[in-house]
Design a binder for this molecule. Structure first.
Ligand SMILES: Nc1ncnc2c1ncn2[C@@H]1O[C@H](COP(=O)(O)OP(=O)(O)OP(=O)(O)O)[C@@H](O)[C@H]1O
Ligand SMILES: [Mg+2]
Length: 251
């Protein structure tokens, strides 16, 4: 069993405090939904867990299997089993997607493999995603459509098989068929030793990948937690009732 713990986490970006005391525990077998209004800290939380240098942790801790990871670099966190599928995937001009995928697979394995040795796996994972194989020859995300970029994130995830997959708004930009395919791929992940943290604004996504836990982040804090019923309630009633509840309790 693996465990990711975020303890009373405070995070600043460029002197602005964004996260204000986040507590979250994610264990193998669990699927956590993170919701919340725009600009309230969801991506900041995932970026901070992954170790983006722009996000300054001013207090609190992040632990994997009981050990703090705050001193680890992004690549060390990645090798430990953390993975972030970004809301806005980066373009890497000059590096073909295939070279990039080979590089990340090799960075995670003891045995360094030649392209011929891993191409079969890359091809079959891409096919499971309905990912156009021509995109393997292009520069990473360069000129990719919104949906192609999102699928490329999931392709990386499928190749690396992380323990903790942090997935930020993967559904935005996906057409209905692509959403179905991505959901199918996420549902086929073996969660016996791994877990998913999914940020999305939409109930229709969480109807396809059903969370075991759900949380709402407002103003840098998790203000309410529950399960998939909370997702449905947010979908039908919005966030105002949660904000009111919170105002009441802080009086
Ligand atoms: N580099 C930065 N400099 C200043 N403020 C920033 C920077 N990056 C993010 N922020 C601010 O941090 C806040 C939280 O942003 P974050 O991306 O975590 O929101 P979010 O909850 O993921 O929103 P969305 O649902 O729109 O994706 C926002 O107000 C954003 O403008
Ligand atoms: Mg975001």
């Amino acid at each position: 069993m693996h465990k990711l713990e975020v303890k009373n986490l405070f995070v600043k970006i460029e002197d602005k405090e964004i996260l204000k005391g986040i507590n979250l525990t994610v264990k193998s077998g669990e699927i956590h939904a993170l919701m919340g209004p725009n600009g309230n800290g969801k991506s900041t939380l995932l970026m901070s867990i992954m170790g983006h240098p722009k996000y300054e942790i001013t207090s609190g801790d992040i632990l994997v299997d009981g050990e703090s990871i705050l001193d680890l670099s992004v690549d060390e966190r990645s090798k430990l089993g953390l993975f972030l599928a970004m809301q806005n995937p980066q373009v890497i001009p000059g590096v073909t997607n295939l070279e990039f995928l080979k590089y990340i697979v090799n960075a995670h394995s003891e045995k360094k493999m030649k392209l011929q040795e891993i191409y079969k796996d890359i091809k079959s994972q891409a096919e499971e995603l309905d990912f156009d194989l021509h995109l393997l020859k292009r520069f990473v995300n360069d000129g990719f459509s919104g949906g192609e970029k999102k699928k490329n994130e999931i392709l990386q995830l499928k190749l690396l098989k992380p323990i903790f997959s942090l997935i930020d708004e993967i559904d935005s930009g996906l057409d209905v068929d692509a959403l179905e395919v991505v959901a199918k791929n996420l549902n086929s992940i073996d969660l016996s030793e791994s877990a998913l943290v999914l940020v999305s604004h939409y109930d229709r996504f969480f109807k396809k990948v059903i969370p075991t836990h759900a949380h709402v982040i407002i103003n840098g804090k998790i203000v309410i937690s529950g399960n998939d019923e909370l997702v449905e309630k947010v979908n039908s009633q919005g966030y105002s009732w949660i904000k009111e509840l919170n105002n009441e309790s802080s009086k």
